[in-house]
Design a protein around this ligand. Structure first.
Ligand code: TRP
Length: 347
């Protein structure tokens, strides 16, 4: 039986929010117990592809993201949390793989295409080579660890497909060295923002962060978008177009949800009361995470040690893959030279 190796990660460009939790973190916490090996990377090099002019931002968010992982229940004894920039093998693999993918294919990648369009300001003249090529480096992230399972959000599917193509191409030319990974989608898809936007995002200002204080949560929920046709408290409401009802479905129990919706439809419950109840439920839901985070904020040296040790372990694993890849690609001449190194030095 071949080993189940899971790998996934995030760009450290901000703290993680409840969209990340339902979209991927929750699934990772469960899956870390179900696989043989589990790697979670803090993708600082990838974060620079669209933040190259803001290295401080990336640097400052590395530890934040690690604390988010630990606070939701990623267990460093089960999952190896590591820093991408220390795995130089990944950069080497990226160069090797760049021969196996065309520029046209990268330009057609739907995720990359959408992102370039969104980043018009940054790439006004033309997209950088690094950004266009980030699917290649992501393929290196995955294959350096021989990963078979990659839990990601829907938007990442084209990147996994691109990785699979690179693997097939590599194996057809150099021999069966790499394994094709599979994407695993979590059951909850994308979470909408408090403003009703289809996506919750740090750049959109509509997110509840896992590390938000009780006051911040309440304030944000009070500002959530409700049924625009419901003006007076006793107007009959439509929960289908209300973000508060949408969030009740995620954070409140079934009985509460149906009661809230019924009373809203009958005009018997005001939005303010409904929001307060939701805010309390979110506060309770996130409480264990906030408490765990508070512990780590008091023990930053523990956080750093987890990342340091994880990175050393990850590096050792990537080195093994690198040796196999170089041999298959006949980049192995130096090994021969090393063998005769002794005789050179004797001369
Ligand atoms: N692209 C991912 C994101 O935007 C982060 C990432 C980098 C990743 N390397 C990866 C995800 C490898 C899965 C596997 O969040």
């Amino acid at each position: 039986m071949s080993k189940k190796i899971m790998l996934t990660g995030d760009r450290p460009t901000g703290r993680l929010h409840i969209g990340h939790y339902f979209g991927s973190l929750k699934n990772r916490v469960k899956m870390q117990h179900e696989v043989d090996e589990c790697y979670i990377l803090v993708a600082d090099v990838q974060a620079l592809t669209d933040n190259f002019n803001n290295p401080e931002k990336v640097r400052n968010n590395v530890r934040e993201v690690v604390m988010d992982y630990l606070s939701v229940g990623i267990d460093p004894n089960k999952a190896t949390i590591y820093l991408q920039s220390e795995i130089s093998e990944v950069a080497e693999l990226t160069v090797f793989y760049s021969n196996l993918v065309t520029v046209a294919r990268l330009e057609r990648n739907p995720t990359v295409k959408t992102e370039i369009a969104q980043k018009r300001e940054l790439f006004s003249e033309s997209v950088t080579y690094g950004f266009l090529g980030y699917p290649v480096s992501q393929a290196a992230d995955i294959t350096a660890f021989d990963a078979t399972i990659v839990p990601v959000g829907e938007d990442q599917l084209p990147l996994i497909e691109q990785c699979r193509e690179i693997v097939r191409k590599f194996n057809s030319i150099y021999g069966e060295v790499l394994r094709e990974p599979e994407a695993v989608l979590s059951s909850t898809k994308r979470i909408k923002g408090l403003d009703g936007n289809e996506k919750m995002g740090k750049s959109l200002g509509n997110a509840i962060y896992l590390s938000d204080s009780e006051e911040e949560i309440t304030k944000k929920v009070m500002g959530a978008v409700t049924d625009p046709n419901r003006i007076r408290k006793d107007d009959k409401g439509n929960p289908d177009v209300c973000m508060v009802a949408y969030y009740h479905n995620l954070f409140s129990n079934e009985e509460e949800c149906s009661k809230v919706c019924e009373e809203c439809k009958l005009g018997e419950r005001g939005c303010v009361a409904c929001k307060k109840q939701l805010a309390n439920n979110i506060i309770e839901f996130l409480r264990p995470m906030r408490e765990k985070r508070a512990y780590y904020e008091e023990h930053l040296e523990e956080v750093d040690k987890i990342l340091y040790e994880g990175t050393l372990k990850a590096k050792a694993k990537a080195e093994v893959t690198m040796r196999k890849v170089k041999e298959a690609m006949r980049l192995d001449y130096f090994n021969e030279l090393k063998k005769i190194d002794d005789s050179f030095s004797r001369q």
